[in-house]
Ligand binder design. Structure first.
Ligand code: RIB
Length: 341
């Protein structure tokens, strides 16, 4: 079968079933026993089978569905993004299949296989890990995919994200300009590019201001509220508590604020707090949260627009695009000059 694309008969043979059954599994047009379905899915994956694009065209053109894989749709950051993507996709005649990987790479892999089997027309993907093997199968199969927010090591793939390093630098530089010198950082998962680059920006801003990097002032969280609270508790136990803290996302900043208040301290009088994302909640809490805004509306809209032009083949320039958008410092009430009343 060298140099020949696998056919539905090859899949049927490997799965020890009929081509009709394979077709029923792919199109979900009839019940197939779980055992047979699993054998068919395994054979499709093993052979890298994709239904003949002509046959697909003859069957019904595109599926008019788009897959959207996010790490945690309960996080307002992702919730706001998927809202924009679903809205715009619907306005262009596409329904969106939302896949919540829950920070679990195995779940992410299962969802990529599901979207492949459902023959979605394209995928907007936000990774939960930095493994790429399962993504290469998707891109090799020709399904258009836009990587958003979290960079992954894939060649020839469109990427839309923000300059996380610049954002981390700006957050820290702002605190330094307020006179803070003991600035803590609550990092996100170190494996993820956004957090790693924000921490790099934090470190560089300290260095550029001639301030020492004290690793006891950097505690890792997982981008969830509770991890921000527990990380802040650790920072408050230290001999010399920080006068300011940069949390690598707003949810962890909210958790840190709860820990600070529970320690009987005031924000920003005792400790200034700055976050990252600018989720809608940040301007409703008291004090309102100073943060680094991600242009998430622009990122989400650009991602879905680019995906649909890829799907519809309207993109003249086939070269993969890499767009890195700037962040913006949003000054609110949670930070103040050191020593001010
Ligand atoms: O709040 C979730 C975080 O993970 C955001 O900062 C976003 O960049 C995502 O990567």
């Amino acid at each position: 079968m060298a140099n020949q694309l696998p056919t539905i008969n090859d899949v049927a043979k490997l799965a020890e079933t009929s081509a009709t059954t394979v077709s029923h599994v792919i199109n979900e047009t009839r019940f197939v026993s779980p055992d047979t379905k699993q054998r068919v899915m395994d054979a499709i994956r093993a052979l890298g089978y994709r239904p003949n694009s002509m046959a697909r065209g003859l069957r019904s053109g595109q599926s008019k569905t788009i897959g959207l894989i996010v790490p945690d749709n309960s996080n307002p950051f992702f919730a706001e993004i998927l809202r924009i993507i679903e809205n715009y996709g619907y306005s262009k005649g596409y329904s969106v299949i939302l896949c919540n990987s829950d920070g679990d790479v195995n779940k992410e892999i299962a969802y990529t296989e599901l979207l492949y089997a459902k023959q979605v027309d394209g995928i907007v993907f936000i990774s939960t890990n930095n493994s790429t093997e399962h993504l290469e199968k998707l891109t090799d199969s020709g399904i258009p995919m836009i990587v958003m927010d979290r960079d992954v090591d894939l060649t020839d793939t469109d990427v839309i994200m923000v300059d996380n390093y610049q954002g981390g630098y700006a957050a820290t530089q702002y605190l330094i300009q307020l006179g803070h010198q003991r600035i803590a950082c609550i990092a996100g998962p170190s494996l993820l590019t956004p957090s790693a680059d924000r921490v790099k920006g934090y470190r560089q801003a300290l260095e550029d201001a001639g301030l020492p990097y004290d690793e006891s002032l950097v505690v890792s969280g997982d981008f969830q509220v509770d991890s921000g609270e527990s990380a802040m508790r650790v920072l408050l136990e230290g001999k010399h508590r920080p006068t300011a803290v940069f949390a690598c996302n707003d949810l962890m900043a909210l958790g840190a604020m709860r820990a600070i208040r529970e320690a009987g301290l005031s924000i920003p009088q005792d400790i200034s707090v700055i976050g990252f994302d600018d989720i809608a909640l940040s301007s409703y809490i008291s004090p309102t949260l100073t943060t680094i805004a991600q242009p998430l509306k622009e990122m989400a809209r650009a991602s879905i627009e680019m995906l649909i032009t890829r799907i519809q083949g309207e993109t003249v320039d086939l070269q993969a695009k890499r767009r890195v958008l700037p962040t913006e410092l949003i000054i609110r009430e949670s930070c103040m000059k050191i020593g001010e009343d």
